[in-house]
Design a protein around this ligand. Structure first.
Ligand SMILES: C[S@@+](CC[C@H](N)C(=O)[O-])C[C@H]1O[C@@H](n2cnc3c(N)ncnc32)[C@H](O)[C@@H]1O
Length: 292
């Protein structure tokens, strides 16, 4: 606890998460719900409302969803390589949100039913989406990568039930359905897509890559796709015309890459009512807009 308090004091910026609405059906490892107030500050500080916000490593997609719902950009483009995560976004954004929400509401969660469902080979994308949500809500830490076990204890010893809130999940999915026309999704390589758009000044990027650049390699066990060319990403961003906000783990090596690329960086901590849980780096061409 002492260490945590010290950390908060040491941080340049502390984010208060009380104003954030949870919109994603995922409980995503490394999810950025807590950073939404900073993303809002960033986007509203820009001279013009962006035509497109691209999220090249979308995962649970809370930034894309919040930006679309709160109309902070005209359009949103989400990119994700993982086929199971992609199945969820393709299903919700592609016209099957109601189907998925019904499937979740009607599922009788027992350990046996869960095992049966998870052992089936999905026959189509929407079945894969349902299975992904089941797995995400019942595995340790929401981890979908191979090897993650099912929750045995979870919150108050409730095991697989501890994060299974069918009514809430189906409501979130139906809500996304209301503003889905402003969101596009591609199952693709985020770096390739940044490259495709790099000359376009009206595009902005929220970039949250898997954290595998520094020694800790936390991202390796969390995501199936975790190897990206981090140096190459920094170099690519030097040539991108639009604005970007990138997050990374707070590591000397990353700070070195940011400095070498001529970018600004700040350490940011999350505060909830009791203590700070996360602290990370945000990196951008300019951070003058950040409330400290
Ligand atoms: C740190 S997570 C993103 C979390 C997200 N910001 C959220 O709030 O849920 C990084 C994501 O990048 C994905 N990924 C890894 N390599 C990728 C690539 N080359 N292109 C697109 N996505 C990739 C991983 O599958 C993972 O979902």
């Amino acid at each position: 606890m002492q260490l945590e308090l010290f950390h908060i004091k040491d941080m340049d910026t502390v984010v208060n998460v009380s104003s954030v609405k949870q919109r994603s059906p995922f409980r995503y490892p490394g999810g950025k719900t807590w950073l939404i107030p900073v993303v809002r500050q960033w986007l509203t500080s820009l001279a013009n409302k962006p035509e497109v916000l691209i999220e090249p490593f979308a995962g649970g997609g809370i930034v894309s969803l919040s930006v679309a719902a709160e109309n902070l950009a005209d359009r949103v483009l989400m990119i994700e390589l993982d086929s199971q995560v992609a199945a969820v976004w393709k299903t919700i954004l592609g016209g099957d949100a109601e189907w998925l929400s019904e499937k979740i509401l009607n599922f009788n969660m027992t350990y046996d039913n869960l095992q049966t469902e998870l052992s089936k080979k999905p026959e189509n994308i929407r079945e894969d989406a349902f299975r992904t949500i089941l797995r995400n809500r019942t595995s340790h830490g929401g981890i979908l990568a191979n090897g993650a076990g099912l929750l045995k204890n979870g919150e108050s010893g409730k095991g697989i039930f501890s994060r299974w809130y069918p009514v809430t999940l189906s409501r979130r999915i139906l809500n996304i359905n209301k503003y889905k026309d402003r969101i596009d999704f591609l199952q693709d390589d985020g770096i390739k897509i940044i490259n495709n758009y790099k000359m376009n000044q009206d595009v902005v990027y929220f970039i949250d890559p898997p954290y595998t650049a520094a020694g800790k390699k936390a991202g390796m066990r969390l995501y199936k796709h975790n190897q990206i060319d981090h140096e190459g990403l920094f170099t690519l961003l030097e040539s991108v015309k639009g604005e970007f906000l990138m997050t990374y783990d707070n590591e000397e090596k990353i700070i070195g890459m940011a400095v070498d690329s001529g970018f600004k960086f700040e350490k940011v901590a999350m505060s909830n009512t009791h203590h700070a849980k996360m602290n990370e780096l945000i990196i951008s061409k300019n951070l003058d807009w950040l409330n400290k």
